[in-house]
Design a binder for this molecule. Structure first.
Ligand code: ADP
Ligand code: MG
Length: 492
């Protein structure tokens, strides 16, 4: 749960020796399409199988094999396009992008070049504090993934694993609309949220199912765009941020020394915290793109697009707006609650049981806090929505105090059980009975005559008394009642 941190807009500019610089960022995100089979073959896309066990004759590029388009991947790309409010192109084409690499047996990658399936769209990115930026989407196209070369298993040989070869990827290309590493990170996490809501990519960056090519340039504010460098294959949100910071500083240094930026492809080394040149930028003509003669143009009916649009789930922006409207939670809380579909569902199940704002507080602060600390996903939460709902109900109806509720949460987390029964069996009920509270108040007052005198002169000392009474009651006294009784007894 990576909620964007709150940063002031002014921190976007990077100070240099010659004044402030602005960084300009555009991202090309490769998202593995969630599908049973590959883009042009029936081989499995399952992760973690023994090397070369998910390879069909098509994926191994045996002579004479013909690709057959997996229409489910097309549907996933369309749903993704709809999720970023993009134009869907009813006709698109597959091209061959020619290059040699040992893990690319075809000698070309099938990709979409001139006519991608999805055109321009946009993603609304929350920056916390109510600020948001809109990042334009240039296009989304479908393409094949390559295999994997393995160099670290033998001192003399390299190996090739083709399990990934031919797996469908969506390349989601943004416009150069981001102006800070924070914006880029927030954009990736928002896009990831959208993909996961839709179910078109699981967004698992650890498995390489979502990775980014990060384009970075710098300029003086108001000047035209500078020359960019592309940092390849960055595979965590944190590294994306670090790569941008590092690369921007490198470019600023060169420019301030009177140098020029060479457009090139670079790699980010997180251990050394630097980017390194990989190759100079290749041009489209280097790849000799041409339409794949084995594949017809891809034609989609508007009726199918409409059907897919109607089947989309409620997306994060809509859900967030509904949470603010219907539950009265703050936009920031609504954003945090809707980062994952499962968390949002969990919250709604809790909120149905009582005070929605209280429910939001408990879900975000106690539950998410604890889950994050333990690295447990919400799907495996030891405390169920049913249990947390029960707890919130007990707090909002005044049966237990907020303080006791924390103890109850701890019991639910470690031992489980029914909140109501636990409150009964462990005697956790809040004491609201004035007589019982008065007794404790009298005891505390009698034991501390000097403090009573002080409190008369300095009424804020009442807080100390409240603490003592709460302690003496084992946290069970109703704090409001304690306050009132103390005030009248102390005469303040
Ligand atoms: P290519 O196909 O050569 O990679 P594109 O025009 O498709 O080039 O751009 C690739 C990415 O680079 C896009 O995400 C785009 O937003 C970004 N980009 C383009 N110009 C700049 C720039 N001056 N600074 C930073 N990013 C840029
Ligand atoms: Mg590119």
């Amino acid at each position: 749960m990576n909620a964007p941190s709150k940063i002031p807009a002014s921190s976007k500019l990077i100070p240099g020796a010659t004044g402030d610089w602005e960084v300009v960022i555009g991202l090309e995100i490769h998202a593995q399409v969630t599908s049973e089979a590959k883009l042009f073959s029936g081989a499995s896309t399952g992760f973690g199988a023994p090397p070369n066990s998910h390879v069909s004759l098509v994926d191994a590029a045996m002579p004479g094999m013909l690709p057959v388009l997996n229409h489910e991947c097309v549907r996933q790309a369309i749903r993704t396009g709809l999720g970023v409010k993009a134009r869907i192109n009813l006709q698109s084409t597959f091209d061959r992008k020619n290059y040699f690499y040992p893990d690319l047996p075809q000698g070309y990658q099938i990709s979409q070049y001139k006519s991608p399936i999805v055109g321009e769209g946009e993603v609304l990115v929350d920056m916390g504090d109510g600020e948001s930026v809109t990042v334009g989407i240039e296009r989304i196209h479908l393409e094949q993934d390559a295999g994997k070369s393995i160099h670290d298993q033998d001192p003399k040989s390299s190996f090739v694993d083709l399990n990934r070869s031919g797996v469908a990827l969506m390349e989601i290309v943004s416009k150069p609309d981001m102006r800070s590493s924070e914006e880029a990170k927030a954009y990736v996490s928002k896009l990831r949220t959208i993909l996961r809501y839709i179910g078109s990519c699981d967004g698992d960056m650890d498995k390489g199912n979502l990775r980014a090519d990060v384009n970075v340039s710098v300029r003086k504010p108001g000047q035209p765009f500078g020359t960019r460098c592309e940092i390849k294959n960055v595979n965590s949100i944190r590294f994306i941020g670090q790569a941008i910071e590092t690369e921007a500083r490198r470019q600023i240094e060169i420019l301030e020394d009177g140098g020029a930026i060479d457009q090139e492809t670079r790699l980010f080394d997180p251990v050394r915290g630097e980017t390194r040149a990989m190759r100079s930028k290749e041009e489209a003509h280097d790849y000799r793109y041409f339409p794949d003669p084995d594949l017809l143009p891809l034609v989609v009916e508007q009726a199918e697009v409409d059907e897919l649009a109607a089947g989309l789930p409620e997306l994060p922006d809509e859900k967030k707006a509904r949470f603010v409207r219907d539950y009265g939670v703050t936009p920031y809380d609504a954003m945090v609650l809707t980062l994952e579909r499962e968390s949002a569902d969990f919250f709604e199940a809790v909120a149905r049981r009582g005070d929605a704002k209280l429910a939001a507080n408990w879900v975000i602060n106690e539950l998410f806090g604890r889950l994050n600390k333990d690295g447990t996903p919400i799907s495996e939460s030891p405390v169920s929505a049913e249990q947390l709902g029960g707890l919130v109900e007990l707090v909002s109806t005044g049966v237990i105090s907020g303080k006791i509720a924390k103890d109850l949460f701890e019991i639910l987390w470690t031992e489980g059980g029914d909140p109501k029964e636990l409150v009964e069996s462990r005697g956790l009920k809040q004491v609201t009975d004035a007589g019982a509270i008065e007794k404790v108040v009298d005891e505390v007052i009698a034991a501390n005559p000097d403090k009573v005198e002080q409190a008369k002169a300095k009424p804020t000392l009442i807080g100390w008394f409240v603490g003592q009474v709460m302690k003496a009651s084992g946290g069970k006294a109703n704090p409001q009642a304690v306050n009132e009784i103390l005030k009248s007894k102390l005469g303040i």
